[in-house]
Design a binder for this molecule. Sequence first.
Ligand code: XMP
Length: 511
Amino acid sequence: MSYQKIVIIDFGGQYNQLIARRVRECGVYCEVVPFKKISAAELEKERPAGIIFTGGPNSVYLETSPHIEPKVFELGIPILGICYGAQLMAHTLGGRVATAPTSEYGKTDTEFSENALMFKGLPEKAVTWMSHTDYIAEVPEGFEITAHTPVCPVAAMENSERKLYATQFHPEVNHTENGTDMIKRFLTEACGCVCDWTMGSYAETAIKQIREKVGSKRVLLALSGGVDSSVLAALLAKAVGNRLTAIFVDHGFMRKNEGDEVEAAFKNWDINFVRVNAADRFLEKLRGVSDPETKRKRIGEEFINVFEDEAKKIGKVDFLAQGTIYPDIIESGAGDAAVIKSHHNVGGLPDHVDFEEIIEPLRLLFKDEVRALGTTLGLPENIVWRPPFPGPGLAIRILGEITEDKLDILREADFIFRDELEKSGGARGINQYFAVLTNMRSVGVMGDGRTYDYTVALRAVTTSDFMTADFAKIPYEVLERAASRIVGEVRSVNRVVYDITTKPPATIEWE
Ligand code: XMP
């Protein structure tokens, strides 16, 4: 393994995580660092194979905008500037950046120079994704224009002698045709990357780094059984073995068999695995509560209480490990966005656990990379491919007050729906599917008698980002089988409905 690394310097653009993703898809390891946290001296010392400047919302010619020390351009390290990063390169090196007479936004026809390093061998005309109001009006000395659009004279530029490259468009966005190939050409032709980075090598490096950091000290982890915390547990187990204590708080709101599956996956490892069966405590806290936000808050609080009680038994630990992944950092830093639902598991930290430092070894990974890491580390499929499940679990899929009885009903109904969908082969391509126990009762007839029982709602959605979602077009036969089994096998349910709303205006979960 060559251990080459690309440093992506983040200027606050909206597609920054995509850049990292593309670089890793090309088989090159990369890290994203905020522009404030990296200096020319550090880059000189570290000497990454290449540097990428991201886009950003500012205008480079304003004093208050993010800048970079000019010395960075003198280090001889190849640099690719994208959008704001391109303008920053032009501005810093003596070119001129100004407000464009016409802004460009969206798919744009672009023409490329056939000899430019990033575009060689690719079609000379293609669509790129643009999103800018400023533009490079004049390139700095020594630069050549390598692409243009009808309204943007400098859609790309390069100075091959100094190994400096820039694109006004976003090669990382899918809408840019051949975008990944362009990035790959920068990585291989300019930076000399050999593209041999894999999840196996990531695991190796991460394990080594954790060992160096933790030494002979102790690590504590809250294990939820979800993909992220499970993969983290596996990684830490390989790195520090029984100096890891993983506390699995079973709040009693897991799906059928799930608590036992988590226990089965970790119990035989050489770590201190602690399962706390805290269902009674949680039910007690939720007695009489039917407001969704109150439920969420109480579950979040109780989770921390239970975790702290357990952690106190262990005494002082040195490190608290968190399963934060890259999208969590981006989403929870979103700023002024309205709170639709207070998510439990991002940012909730125990106050009374005695630890010195937080470690977040997955913080640079995307979800699919976390799953790949889990597989590399030998976690079972049912954990690695577990569909997203909200921290508060079934508690937010039971409308109204939660009781043990309702939990039993929902667990069975949910299991049957998932079972039927999975057996039909239709679950692939559906991103989340589950049952909800509504608070509604209605009249039915069973045998010769009248019933007055609950309605179960089935929900299945397709989505790429969980911010918007469509309802899944499940075949009627599958819905029919699920419905007839649910009313036949689960007591107290006499009606099943299928939720056909999109998000927005509905949300994926019902609470
Ligand atoms: P909504 O219902 O807001 O859900 O459309 C979007 C996605 O987020 C999941 N979700 C949660 N995940 N803790 C989590 O870890 C939570 O409190 C939580 N609430 C919702 C939901 O399952 C869906 O995937």
